[in-house]
Design a protein around this ligand. Structure first.
Ligand SMILES: Nc1nc2c(ncn2[C@@H]2O[C@H](COP(=O)(O)OP(=O)(O)OP(=O)(O)O)[C@@H](O)[C@H]2O)c(=O)[nH]1
Ligand SMILES: [Mg+2]
Length: 108
């Protein structure tokens, strides 16, 4: 992800539609979309309109599996580097996440 353009990170719980939004905004089908939490595990980025680097990330609070901690560590790392963080929420359940955003990044 060595790109001088500003990074816009899609952040949020698993299965809320981050990858769907990534594909829509990047006009691609790069991200795997599936109705099951924990599908995205690593970052995916694409330059949009030659203006910013859109970054899809794994979901926080993914089901407990071998990768959950690794996914969360990766998200914490990129959160500090992103110029813009878009917190994606599921409109049906709203911001009822079982996490504190403060625990993810100190600047909020
Ligand atoms: N009804 C509805 N379903 C959506 C919307 N956006 C995404 N979905 C569906 O929600 C499911 C999860 O979408 P993803 O884009 O894979 O979600 P994600 O946040 O990337 O999930 P993880 O990678 O597991 O963190 C898929 O079945 C999508 O088709 C939306 O705006 N409305
Ligand atoms: Mg995803």
């Amino acid at each position: 992800m060595h790109n001088a353009l500003p990074k816009v990170l899609l952040f949020g719980c698993a299965n809320v539609g981050k990858s769907t939004l990534f594909n829509r905004l990047s006009q691609s089908r790069m991200a795997i979309v599936h109705d099951q939490p924990g599908v995205t595990r690593d970052f995916l980025s694409m330059t949009v309109d030659k203006k910013f680097q859109l970054v899809d990330s794994g979901g926080i609070g993914s089901p407990d599996n071998l990768f959950a901690n690794l996914v969360e560590d990766r998200i914490r790392g990129i959160l500090e580097k992103a110029e813009v963080v878009v917190w994606v929420l599921d409109g049906k359940c709203g911001p009822t996440a079982t996490f504190s955003l403060h625990s993810y990044v100190s600047i909020f």
